[in-house]
Design a protein around this ligand. Structure first.
Ligand code: HEC
Length: 156
């Protein structure tokens, strides 16, 4: 009994130590770039919550409206100036999320099937999960104006 307890404890400790090291790929950004990305992220979280709320009320018009706000239109507004500092993979994953929300809007309008929309949303959110598992942001510690060279690190 005691042995099992110790084994469980040591497994837990190992997990905690492993989780302590953030080994995700680093995006080295300045404060302004970080702020822009995190602001967009919070908008994605808010929009996703609004979609779920509308879905729970089966208000498919509202679902489509909230989904469209997270679509390619949002991408065109926000990310252009970040394109040169973000890795290609990151940009593609980001774009695929926006495209997915446009698809949710279209399908929701044409099919008006909450279950179908819910399934699409779940697939879309797998990409949120995948990106968060892969990347972290670190900052140069400099405000944007103080940077002589824009952050242009190669990521690996
Ligand atoms: C292409 C990559 C990518 C995708 C796709 C992505 N995120 Fe993020 N997100 C990030 C990164 C990088 C961070 C910063 C994580 C870190 O530094 O630990 C972040 C942070 C966040 C945060 C924290 C914001 C803050 O103020 O600290 C939220 C909330 C978030 N994402 C929500 C979402 C949601 C919801 C989706 C999907 C609808 C999503 N993200 C899709 C890359 C992505």
């Amino acid at each position: 009994m005691k042995k099992i307890y110790l084994l469980v404890l040591s497994l837990l400790t190992t997990t905690v130590i492993a989780a302590d090291m953030d080994e995700r790929k680093v995006l080295m950004l300045n404060e302004m770039q970080r702020h822009h990305i995190l602001t967009e992220m919070r908008a994605l979280l808010l929009g996703t919550q609004q979609i779920l709320q509308a879905l729970s009320e089966e208000d498919m018009t509202a679902v489509a409206r909230h989904a469209r706000m997270l679509g390619m239109e949002m991408a065109h507004k926000g990310e252009n100036h970040l394109q040169s500092v973000l890795p290609e993979d990151f940009m593609q994953l980001g774009m695929s999320v926006h495209k997915s929300f446009d698809q949710i809007a279209v399908d929701t309008e044409t099919l008006r099937d909450p279950k179908h929309t819910l399934a699409l949303l779940s697939i879309t959110m797998q990409r949120c999960v995948a990106c968060h598992a892969t990347y972290q942001i670190r900052t140069t510690g400099l405000p944007a104006e103080a940077e002589t060279h824009p952050a242009h690190h190669k990521h690996h």
